[in-house]
Design a protein around this ligand. Sequence first.
Ligand code: AMP
Length: 275
Amino acid sequence: MLICHHKTELRTQLSKLRSKGMSIGFVPTMGALHEGHFSLVKRALKENDAVVCSIFVNPTQFNEASDFENYPNTVELDKEKLQETGCQIVYIPSVEDVYENEEIKPLDISFIEGKMEGKHRPGHFEGVVRVLNQFFKIIEPDKSYFGLKDYQQFLVVKELSIQMNLGGEIVGCETVREDSGLAKSSRNLRLSEEDRSKAAIIFQSFQSIKNAEDKLSSVLKSKQKIGQEFDLEYLDLRDGETLQEVSNLDAHQHIRAFFAGKIGNVRLIDNFRIK
Ligand code: AMP
């Protein structure tokens, strides 16, 4: 497995692979890798000749300094596990390497403004778009893999791909969960045992909403229940394509429940397809 810290080195390696006609898959991550990340890498390995996984805690997408500073770092273990998985190239750049000569291109992501993550993490998606623009320019992947765990991000990336005419495919991958239903997340490392088991209530609520006859009142009940454990930011039913709030379920083909909240100072997000 090749480890690149500089984009020039990465570009050289990628052009060698391309000259042999090899396709390139790309999996961007912030490290502290878990089964969710590896599911993306495995899928990318199946669908491409070579896979680049980036490990980069992107400062521009954190709207809280403490969240950035406390972001877990397990880079040595990450490298070992990526090697075991069969990943061919890992890109672990510095902030300078990613952002030098950055040209910020205007992107219209107004569909997310004032909604959910767009509301609760001002500037977050702008930072995601900035870093991905840089990565896509460096790597020019044939296919890039994103988790549906961050569904709002997935929609933003699809929008980026369309507006920037990226050419490569954006692939969404199902959420990998713990046995309790809790979505795997690097942030779970910061949960106490007790909070980790309490956090199973997120998935239980999704299940209750999905199975309920009256889904809107089930959301209200779930909000109350989750609110006893979490500092709840949102639990919304939204259209899976437009993110418009849902008031009449029959009027939508694709509906997802979206959650964000803090427990023990750890902010978790999750979502689940309801229809
Ligand atoms: P992160 O390191 O949190 O930026 O995540 C890197 C990629 O892994 C993103 O596309 C995430 O959506 C995806 N991811 C994170 N957790 C999971 C999970 N539990 N299941 C599937 N994909 C995930």
